[in-house]
Design a protein around this ligand. Sequence first.
Ligand code: HEC
Length: 131
Amino acid sequence: MKFKAFLCICMGVFSVLAVQAQEMTEDDIKARIQPVGKVHIAGAKAETASSGPRAGSDIYAKACVACHSVGVLNAPKLQNAADWSPRLEKGFDAVWKNAINGIGAMPPKGTCGDCSDDEIKAAIEHMIEGI
Ligand code: HEC
């Protein structure tokens, strides 16, 4: 007897849920999830805007490490004075410009298309730090 009553309650709950789900049209669902999506995007944008330029070490880790850690295709290695000194002889600005425009096997901006010129500069400063 008790089990039957329990079963009845369960069935009742399920049928209410089922009806509710059916009553929601596609538009209802869109309307429900839309504000959540908007809030999320707005939050992400605010975050990007307030964070400003990324740190050189972050840019290096994201875009430059693949070649500049072990010296792929003779890329000057991270914080390796022997690799960097001859290049820096032509002046930091020239080296910076080459990184932006690309030089030899080094792709423009090291393939970091969304990096600003200043972020590239910060990444180079990170690579030559302490040499
Ligand atoms: C696909 C590999 C690759 C990636 C990724 C890469 N580089 Fe390079 N980079 C090179 C190579 C190879 C050279 C040496 C080019 C030459 O002198 O012929 C080089 C040289 C440089 C130089 C020296 C330029 C000069 O005037 O001597 C700088 C500065 C530099 N890279 C910065 C960066 C920065 C900053 C990043 C990341 C945003 C980056 N690279 C990503 C391959 C890469």
